[in-house]
Design a protein around this ligand. Structure first.
Ligand SMILES: NC(=O)c1ccc[n+]([C@@H]2O[C@H](COP(=O)([O-])OP(=O)(O)OC[C@H]3O[C@@H](n4cnc5c(N)ncnc54)[C@H](O)[C@@H]3O)[C@@H](O)[C@H]2O)c1
Length: 279
């Protein structure tokens, strides 16, 4: 039988570098044990050793379900519970992207959907299972989305679509999960110097560069409050709450958002109807 450590426990994906690394450091400074899950194991290990014995590195490709499951299982084995999951790992737009000029375009590279959206779906689903199994069920799931998931981003439309997907996942799932004391939120960073963006350091307009401390403020805010379904755009100017779009009418809200409607969809058999593989 696994026993739980005294302090809180977190998993941070993509924590060998950038925002995830800053989150791992910040969480350890708050007394958390942190599982640093990253594709770049050597760097994650080096950073975990620098952080100290409350941090543990594990190699993980977030786009693989089995790889992420192993992270959750190892965390439980070592520390007995999971209080916070930061689904943070991400990559930028890949090439070839969209807006191609060839007559017959080459197939777009959609790896960014696998890493920045599909993997987040995996993180959320695994979190639900493990947070429900905590001795005191519940916890926090915090997704790193992006400013470009809120605003149009012609430079990286597939990346923007993945990040918008993360935001919509939060809005769709959070209210229901909050009833189980599982609090799902996202912060949407503006341009930040990190592994992804370091190459252009010095060329970006200074007034839009987001200091890392603002992202840490967002993570702390989510952990310290029982907010759910919140989307915070985090930029040079601070944290901006981006509210859900308005429904067209109370009837639309009832139809789209109520659990009665979900029961109806199930009854008529529409849920899952597009799963042609099982036909
Ligand atoms: N830096 C920015 O300007 C910015 C802006 C908006 C959103 N974001 C988002 O912030 C998050 C963190 O990125 P960052 O800016 O700190 O960049 P980063 O490159 O410094 O960190 C990303 C980390 O994710 C890891 N990673 C990449 N693919 C992985 C995979 N398949 N499995 C496991 N780990 C993987 C990398 O090894 C790296 O350590 C990402 O989701 C990114 O999209 C960044």
């Amino acid at each position: 039988m696994t026993t739980s450590v005294d302090g809180p426990v977190a998993i941070v994906t993509g924590s060998a570098s950038g925002i995830g690394l800053a989150a791992a450091k910040m969480l350890v400074s708050r007394g958390y044990h942190v599982m640093m899950a990253d594709w770049n194991y050597d760097l994650a290990l080096k950073e975990s050793v620098n952080i100290g014995h409350f941090a543990e590195a594990i190699k993980c490709d977030v786009s693989s379900w089995e790889s992420q499951l192993a992270v959750f299982e190892k965390t439980i084995k070592l520390w007995g519970k999971i209080d916070v999951v930061c689904a943070n790992a991400g990559i930028p737009e890949q090439v070839p992207s969209l807006f191609q000029t060839e007559e017959i375009p080459s197939k777009p590279n959609t790896l960014v959907i696998d890493v920045d959206l599909k993997a987040v779906i995996y993180s959320v689903n695994l979190s639900l299972y493990f947070l429900r199994k905590n001795k005191v069920p519940g916890g926090h799931i915090i997704i790193t989305s992006s400013q470009v998931g809120i605003h149009p981003f012609p430079t990286g439309p597939i990346y923007g679509a993945a990040k918008a997907g993360c935001i919509h996942l939060v809005r769709s799932m959070a209210p229901k999960l909050s009833k189980e004391k599982i609090y799902l939120n996202t912060f949407a960073p503006g341009l930040t110097i990190s592994g992804i963006t370091a190459i252009g350091e010095g060329t970006y307009p200074k007034h839009i560069l987001t200091p890392m401390e603002n992202h840490m403020k967002a993570i702390n805010m989510f952990i310290d409050n029982n907010y759910y379904g919140h989307v915070y755009e985090v930029d040079a100017g601070g944290l901006h709450h981006r509210h859900d779009p308005e429904y067209l009418s109370p009837e639309h809200q009832e139809w789209l958002g109520s659990s009665d409607t979900e029961a109806m969809w199930k009854k008529v058999g529409t849920l899952g109807a597009a799963d042609i593989k099982n036909k």
